[in-house]
Ligand binder design. Structure first.
Ligand SMILES: Nc1ncnc2c1ncn2[C@@H]1O[C@H](COP(=O)(O)OP(=O)(O)OP(=O)(O)O)[C@@H](O)[C@H]1O
Length: 666
C-alpha cells in the first residue's frame, strides 16, 4: 500500500499549521494540486513526520467499551446519566463524540480517560485486556474542557518543563530540544515560542495544550471540547492537526459541539450520543444513509452534524429509536476505504501485531517500578524552579505584598509607638503582640484561600496526566513561598519592633521573628487546607470563620492568667495562635530586667508579673516553637489530603453520595 496519500495529508496539515496553504481543503489533495506544494513545505512536513514518528515508540491502542453506564447520587435519589452504551475507538483514527448539550459526552470521555470511575458500570478493554489504570494513564493524555496553562511562562519554557518532567533522563537535552522544536513547528507555534502563555490567542492556547501533552508521545489523546471558543480558522487548524496526529497511529477522541459540514468530514469515526444513549457509531460519511434508514432523511444541502442534532432534539422518539437501531453502540458502520478521495485505511498495524506490541509494552511498564517518569527530587527541583520564576514575574503581586507589609508595619509602629519598655503600658505592649499575630494570621490565611482554588484548576491536567506526584508539587509549593514570606515577615517585624521601642537585643528580635514567621507558615497551611477544599467564595467565608474562634481562644485570660479554668486551658491549647502569642510575649519579657517606670509605682515594672497575668508564666519558648511546628504539619497534611481529593472528579460525587445516604437514613 502506498504511503504517498498519507504524506500528502501530513504535508497539507503541516503547511496549514504554518499558514502556507492556499488550498481550501488541504487534507484532500487533487493530483494536479501537487505543484502547489513548495519544496520548503515538503521539507517541513517531511521533517515533521520524521520527528513525531521517531518519538513513536509507543504501542497503538484500541479501546473497546461495552454496556458502560453511569449513575450519580444526590439527595433527590440516583440519576442515570449514561445507559449502558458500547463502542470502539481505534488507533489511527480521529473520533468525534457528537450530541446535544447534556447528552453525556463529557461524562463518557471522563469515564474512558479514567477520570471518573465511581458510579460506573460496564467493561472497558484496551487492546483486548481489561483496562489497567496504572498502565493506561501512562499511555494516555486528557486535555480537559476548561484546560488552563501555567501563566507567566513562555511557550518554549512550558515545553521544556513538560519535556523535563515527562521524559526524564530517557533523552538527553539536545534530543529534548529537537523534539520540542519539531512539535512546535508541527503545531504552528514555533514563531510564538517566546510568547507568554497568557498572551496566546484561544487557538494557540489549545494547540499549546496539545503540544504539551504530545511531548511524551501518548498513543491515546482525549480532548474535551477542544474547539470551544475558537474561530472557524483555528478550529479547522486544530482538527487538521489532530487528524495528522491520528494518522501516525494515535487514537484521538474528542467531543465537539456542532461541527460545520467540512469539519465533520475530517473525522474518521463519529459517535453520536443523546440522553445517555448511543445513537450512531461508525464512519462519518455513513451517518446520513444510516439516518435515512431510520426514516430521517437529511436534505442534500444540510450539514449532517446539524441535521442529526436537530433530529435528536426535535423528535422525542429519535434517541431511543436510533439507539435501538445501532444496538446502543454495539453495531458499528464501517467504510472499507475511510477517506473520500485517494486515501487509505488509517489502520497502521494488524490486530495481531498491535496485540504483541501492546503486551510487550505493558509487561515493560509493569516491571518498571517508577510510577512517574522522573524521581521525586527531580520533580521537586523542576517545580520549585517553575514556581520561583512565576513568582518573580508576578511583580505586581510582589509589590502589593511589599506595600501591604510596609504600610501595616508603619501603622502598627505608630499606634504602639515606644510602648515596649514602658512599665505603665505592658498590656498595651501585649496588644501590640496580638496585633502582629492578627496581621500574620489574616494575611497568610487569606492569600492561599484566594489564590489556591485557581492553582488547583491549573494543577488538575498535569496531575491527572501524571507529570509529577502531588507530594513533589506540594513540597515545591511549600518551599517556593518561603523566601518571600521570610523576607517580608522580617521586614514587617523589624519596622514594628523598632518603632514600638522594644529592647534592642538581637536575641530577643530573633526569637520574636521566629514566632512571627512560624505563625505565618502555620496560617498559610490553614489557608491552603481551606483553599484546597473550597471555592474562592466559600473559602473566603470558611477561612475567617475558622480563624475567629482560634483568635478568641488565643487571648483568653488576659489580666487573670493564674485563674484560667482548666477546661479553657485545654481549649486554648487547640489554638495554634496561642503558641504564636506566647512566643511573642516570651521573646519580649522572659529573662528581662525591671522595666522603666516614670511614676511613683508601676505594678508591671517586673516583667514576670506581666507574663503571670496573661497566663504565660510557666510557658517555655521552645515548647511554643515545637507546638507551632506540629500545627504546621497538621495543617499541611490536611491541605495535602484535601487537595488529593479535590483533584479527582470522584470527590464531589462521593461527597454527594454520603450526604444523600445521610439524608435518606434520617
Ligand atoms: N456529577 C454529576 N451530578 C449530577 N449531574 C451530572 C453529573 N455529571 C453529569 N451530570 C449531568 O449529566 C448530563 C450530561 O453531562 P455532560 O457534561 O456529560 O454533558 P455534555 O454532553 O458534555 O454536555 P455539553 O455539551 O453541554 O458540555 C448533564 O445533564 C449533567 O447535568
Amino acid at each position: 500500500m502506498s504511503s504517498v496519500p498519507l504524506v500528502r495529508k501530513a504535508i497539507a496539515g503541516a503547511a496549514l499549521a504554518h499558514g502556507t496553504s492556499s488550498s481550501p481543503n488541504p487534507l484532500v489533495l487533487e493530483p494536479n494540486q501537487e505543484s502547489q506544494w513548495t519544496p520548503a513545505a515538503l521539507e517541513r512536513a517531511g521533517s515533521t513526520l520524521k520527528a513525531l514518528n521517531r518519538m513513536a515508540k509507543r504501542p497503538p491502542v484500541h479501546i473497546l467499551f461495552e454496556d458502560v453506564g453511569y449513575t450519580v447520587s444526590s439527595h433527590k435519589g440516583d440519576r442515570r446519566i449514561l445507559h449502558n452504551v458500547s463502542g470502539e475507538f481505534r488507533s489511527g483514527e480521529l473520533t468525534c463524540i457528537l450530541g446535544p448539550s447534556g447528552a453525556g459526552k463529557s461524562t463518557l470521555l471522563n469515564i474512558l480517560a479514567g477520570y471518573t470511575s465511581n458510579g460506573v458500570n460496564g467493561r472497558i478493554t484496551v487492546n483486548g485486556h481489561a483496562r489497567d489504570m496504572r498502565v493506561f494513564k501512562k499511555l494516555s493524555s486528557y486535555i480537559m474542557q476548561d484546560d488552563m496553562l501555567q501563566p507567566r511562562l513562555t511557550v518554549i519554557e512550558l515545553m521544556r518543563i513538560a519535556a523535563n518532567l515527562k521524559l526524564g533522563k530517557e533523552l538527553g537535552r539536545a534530543e529534548k530540544e529537537l523534539i520540542i522544536e519539531e512539535i512546535l513547528q508541527t503545531l504552528g507555534l514555533w514563531d510564538h515560542r517566546d510568547t507568554r502563555s497568557e498572551h496566546l490567542s484561544g487557538g494557540q492556547s489549545k494547540r499549546l495544550s496539545v503540544a504539551l501533552e504530545l511531548v511524551n508521545n501518548p498513543p491515546i489523546i482525549f480532548l474535551d471540547e477542544p474547539t470551544t471558543g475558537l474561530d472557524i480558522v483555528s478550529i479547522r487548524q486544530l482538527v487538521v492537526l489532530l487528524r495528522l496526529l491520528s494518522r501516525q497511529g494515535r487514537t484521538i477522541i474528542c467531543t465537539v459541539h456542532q461541527p460545520s459540514a467540512s469539519l465533520f468530514a475530517l473525522f474518521d469515526r463519529v459517535y453520536v450520543l443523546a440522553r445517555g444513549l448511543c445513537c450512531y457509531q461508525g464512519a462519518a460519511p455513513l451517518l446520513v444513509p444510516y439516518l435515512a434508514e431510520a426514516g430521517h432523511v437529511c436534505p442534500t444541502t444540510h450539514n449532517p452534524a446539524d441535521f442529526v442534532l436537530e433530529t435528536l432534539l426535535g423528535d422525542m422518539e429519535a434517541p431511543a429509536q436510533l439507539s435501538e437501531l445501532c444496538q446502543n453502540g454495539k453495531l458499528c458502520r464501517k467504510l472499507d476505504r475511510i477517506t473520500a478521495r485517494g486515501g487509505r485505511k488509517p489502520v497502521l498495524h494488524s490486530d495481531e501485531s498491535i496485540q504483541r506490541i501492546f503486551v510487550e509494552h505493558v509487561a515493560k511498564e509493569q516491571t518498571q517500578k517508577m510510577e512517574f517518569p522522573t524521581t521525586f527530587m527531580t520533580q521537586f527541583l523542576i517545580l520549585t524552579k517553575r514556581m520561583f520564576i512565576q513568582n518573580k514575574r508576578n511583580s505586581i503581586t510582589l509589590w502589593i505584598q511589599l506595600l501591604h507589609h510596609l504600610v501595616s508595619a508603619l501603622l502598627l509602629g505608630s499606634i504602639f509607638f515606644l510602648v515596649g519598655n514602658d512599665a505603665n503600658a505592658p498590656i498595651v505592649n501585649f496588644k501590640f503582640c496580638l496585633s502582629c499575630l492578627v496581621f500574620f494570621m489574616y494575611t497568610y490565611i487569606m492569600i492561599p484561600v484566594l489564590i489556591f482554588p485557581t492553582e488547583v484548576r491549573l494543577l488538575r491536567r498535569e496531575y491527572f496526566n501524571r507529570w509529577y506526584s502531588l507530594k513533589a508539587y506540594y513540597a515545591a509549593l511549600t518551599f517556593s513561598t518561603l523566601p518571600v514570606m521570610v523576607s517580608l515577615g522580617v521586614l514587617f517585624l523589624g519596622i514594628c519592633y523598632l518603632m514600638s521601642g522594644q529592647l534592642l537585643e538581637w536575641d530577643r528580635f530573633v526569637l520574636f521573628s521566629i514566632s512571627g514567621i512560624l505563625t505565618a507558615i502555620c496560617s498559610e497551611g490553614l489557608g491552603l487546607a481551606v483553599g484546597s477544599a473550597f471555592s474562592v467564595t466559600n473559602g473566603s467565608i470558611v477561612g475567617p470563620a475558622a480563624a475567629a474562634p482560634l483568635l478568641a481562644l488565643c487571648c483568653y485570660g488576659m489580666g487573670f492568667g493564674p485563674h484560667i479554668e482548666s477546661f479553657m486551658k485545654a481549649l486554648m491549647s487547640a489554638s495554634y495562635l496561642r503558641y504564636g502569642l506566647s512566643g511573642f510575649s516570651l521573646a519580649l519579657y522572659q529573662h528581662r530586667e525591671t522595666m522603666e517606670c516614670n511614676q511613683d509605682f508601676c505594678l508591671y515594672a517586673d516583667p514576670t508579673l506581666i507574663l503571670r497575668d496573661v497566663g504565660m508564666a510557666n510557658d517555655s519558648y521552645i515548647v511554643q516553637v515545637i507546638a507551632l511546628l506540629a500545627f504546621t504539619t497538621v495543617h499541611r497534611l490536611l491541605a495535602y489530603f484535601a487537595l488529593r481529593y479535590r483533584l479527582t472528579a470522584e470527590f464531589s460525587n462521593k461527597f454527594m453520595a454520603y450526604v444523600s445516604k445521610f439524608l435518606k437514613h434520617r
